[in-house]
Design a protein around this ligand. Structure first.
Ligand code: IPE
Ligand code: IPE
Ligand code: MG
Length: 248
């Protein structure tokens, strides 16, 4: 492996699924006396490096929170800037991601997005569907509660159609109706900017995730920071409710 490591990481024990709440673009823009849109643009630069490096390291799945169902409450100018960045990102990155064998999945309600964005996202999913490398999930117009309510509706539909008995609704079947169907649970959740909350992100999937909260603002999050988060994850003792044995 030619990828340099900036922290002592054991490549045999990588998290299978990393999720990142990319927070702090607004404060970064403020600090640099720039317009908020430029903070978000700087954020997409950080994003590029993290995606590439995750693929190079051999991380199985990377899920990024790009736009929440609550982010529509921001000013029209900010929402428009974010929508434009989403479009620019897919146009400029899709070829390289496809070449790297990355499979893109969008988490969230695409129907609630403007048509141009919806088309670009669907095209990215379609084009990379057969790829077998990094599973890159981008949460756009995503809210975990909306996702769970949707899963409940899909299960209810199956019951109504006689495909399922209420007693057959299991954790496994509910998981299969989430946007993350088929992916392992989140092992490592990173939120930048020092905020320590989930903000409606992957509530179900993070049941046993290890949380790391670097204080750095998202546009300043680099590979050094990323590898430090992975090393921190590897130093944690995960118990999943078990009584640890003496050698643990
Ligand atoms: C995160 O940065 C990006 C999105 C929510 C889209 P913020 O814009 O939330 O940055 P802060 O929290 O205001 O610094
Ligand atoms: C969460 O960040 C959403 C994204 C990073 C896309 P927010 O900045 O919107 O979350 P709150 O409002 O601080 O909880
Ligand atoms: Mg924020």
């Amino acid at each position: 492996m030619s990828t340099p490591l900036y922290a002592p990481i054991d490549l045999q024990r990588l998290p299978r699924h990393v999720a990142i709440i990319m927070d702090g673009n607004g404060r970064w823009a403020q600090q640099h006396k720039l317009k908020i849109a430029l903070g978000h643009r700087a954020g997409t630069e950080a994003l590029r490096d993290i995606i590439r490096n995750s693929s190079d390291l051999g991380i199985g799945a990377l899920t990024l929170y790009a736009f929440s169902t609550e982010n529509w409450t921001r000013s029209l100018a900010e929402v428009e800037a974010l929508m434009q960045l989403i479009l620019d990102f897919f146009h400029s990155e899709i070829d390289e991601l496809h070449e790297k064998n990355v499979r893109i999945t969008i988490l969230g309600d695409k129907d609630g997005l403007p048509e141009k964005q919806r088309d670009a996202l669907m095209e990215a999913e379609r084009r990379t569907l057969a790829n077998t490398g990094l599973r890159l999930n981008i949460a756009i117009n995503y809210g975990s509660r909306a996702e769970l309510a949707r899963a409940a509706r899909l299960l209810a539909q199956d019951v109504q159609n006689g495909l399922l008995q209420p007693g057959e609704i299991t954790e496994e079947r509910l998981s299969q109706r989430l946007y993350t169907a088929g992916l392992p649970d989140v092992d490592l959740l990173i939120r930048t900017s020092g905020e320590m909350r989930l903000s409606n992100f992957l509530l179900w999937q993070c049941s046993y995730a290890e949380f790391v909260f670097p204080t750095v603002l998202w546009p300043d999050f680099d590979l050094k920071q990323y590898h430090a988060c992975i090393a921190e994850f590897q130093s944690r003792k995960r118990r999943f409710g078990r009584r640890p044995t003496d050698d643990e």
